[in-house]
Design a protein around this ligand. Structure first.
Ligand SMILES: Nc1nc2c(ncn2[C@@H]2O[C@H](COP(=O)(O)OP(=O)(O)OP(=O)(O)O)[C@@H](O)[C@H]2O)c(=O)[nH]1
Ligand SMILES: [Mg+2]
Length: 182
């Protein structure tokens, strides 16, 4: 018998430079779809995903994940810090074929952690399906060890690790919430 556990509403924000694949990861996760053509996100889009997670054997927790997809283009900088407020989770994405998007990860991280210091953060190396990869795995692992955050390699195109990335963050965020509530 699986019993009904508590339910949670978690705000999750997508961070990272323009065209790294934030919207694509969200689309893969929420609709299991992918598009090759690039349409820059204008301002913010919000998507919702309901999940059920068996964190403790025999007890099903429900979570509604409210995904805030923020535009990565620099013009939206002011808007973004306001949108980061109250996030339980952030995923910071870079494009492994474009080193500058990796070099900006530290800025994304610092800006976010100032606004939401207790949130769960995961670093996402996206587009690992591409043959022209330039940012090695070691670079992402270095950042992850330095800032003590999780690191995962994904492809929104093939779907590799995308669901796992979201599930992992949600599980950690729920555990944190449980600890906080006692
Ligand atoms: N090969 C490959 N292409 C990808 C992948 N993820 C995204 N893309 C492509 O990269 C481009 C940008 O993807 P988006 O998801 O729109 O990027 P974004 O980070 O939301 O960009 P902004 O909304 O401008 O901040 C699109 O052309 C996608 O098809 C991936 O894993 N592999
Ligand atoms: Mg987008």
């Amino acid at each position: 018998m699986v019993e009904e556990g508590p339910s949670y509403v978690l705000k999750m924000v997508a961070l990272g430079d323009g065209a790294v694949g934030k919207t694509s990861c969200i689309m893969r996760y929420t609709e299991n779809s992918f598009g090759e053509s690039y349409k820059a996100t204008i301002g913010t889009n919000i998507a919702v995903k309901n999940v059920e997670i068996e964190l403790h054997p025999g007890e099903l927790s429900r979570a509604q994940i409210v995904l805030w997809d923020l535009a990565g283009q620099p013009t939206y900088k002011d808007l973004r810090s306001r949108y980061m407020v109250g996030a339980a989770i952030a995923f910071i994405v870079y494009d492994v074929t474009r080193p500058p998007t990796f070099l900006n990860v530290a800025d994304w991280y610092d800006n976010f952690i100032t606004v939401s210091p207790d949130a769960v953060v995961i670093l996402v190396a996206n587009k690992v399906d591409r043959e022209d990869r330039l940012v090695p795995q070691e670079a992402g692992e270095m950042f992850s060890r330095w800032r003590k955050i999780d690191y995962i390699e994904t492809s929104a195109k093939t779907g590799e690790n995308v669901e796992m990335m979201f599930t992992k963050c949600v599980e950690i965020a729920i555990r944190n919430e449980e600890d906080r509530l006692g």
